[in-house]
Design a protein around this ligand. Structure first.
Ligand SMILES: Cc1cc2nc3c(=O)[nH]c(=O)nc-3n(C[C@H](O)[C@H](O)[C@H](O)COP(=O)(O)O)c2cc1C
Length: 146
């Protein structure tokens, strides 16, 4: 399985998570490339069986949360009919930003196989190893069945 992971990060948390996801996909036997969404290997992404796309949650901590720096995500080339797995990082709640990201992918006619939020910072620090494992499994199994 060839997996392209594309991330947008402001302060490094989303980048670090993208790299951890990459290591995990690799340990399951996938060939992985991890790139900032504004600077990726186009051929690698084109050949990928799955594109993982992630950004951080922007908002007012509770109000009007949305996917961070969506303008950067909009520079991504055509992903119509591609299998994509989506994630957001957050501190308080991933719900609105994740829904926004899912809507963004649907607007581009991508096939969303799974999505998840990861709490990489903030109060009530949480061990996200299990969340990472689950995301990777939920990403791989629908694509492997194709
Ligand atoms: C300007 C700004 C607004 C944010 N708003 C929210 C928010 O509304 N809800 C939330 O859960 N996290 C919010 N966060 C937290 C970030 O989504 C979280 O720390 C994320 O992991 C940062 O990723 P990064 O380190 O890749 O930039 C906000 C962070 C910033 C800088």
């Amino acid at each position: 399985m060839r997996i392209a992971i594309l991330y947008q990060s402001l302060r490094g948390g989303t980048k670090k998570l993208a790299e951890s996801l990459g290591t995990n996909f690799q340990s399951k036997g996938s060939s992985v490339g991890v790139f900032p969404i504004t600077n990726y290997d186009a051929q690698f992404v084109l050949d990928a069986d799955l594109i993982v796309i992630g950004t951080w949650t922007d908002g007012l901590f509770g109000l009007g949360a949305r996917p961070g720096q969506i303008g950067k995500l909009n520079t991504l080339r055509d992903i119509a009919h591609k299998d994509v797995a989506l994630f957001v990082t957050y501190e308080i709640s991933p719900e609105k930003s994740l829904n926004g990201l899912i809507e963004w992918a649907h607007d581009r006619s991508a096939n969303v196989v799974t999505s998840a939020g990861f709490k990489v910072r903030g109060p009530f620090r949480k061990n996200i190893e299990g969340d990472i494992q689950m995301f990777v499994e939920n990403s791989l199994s629908p694509v492997e069945q194709n």
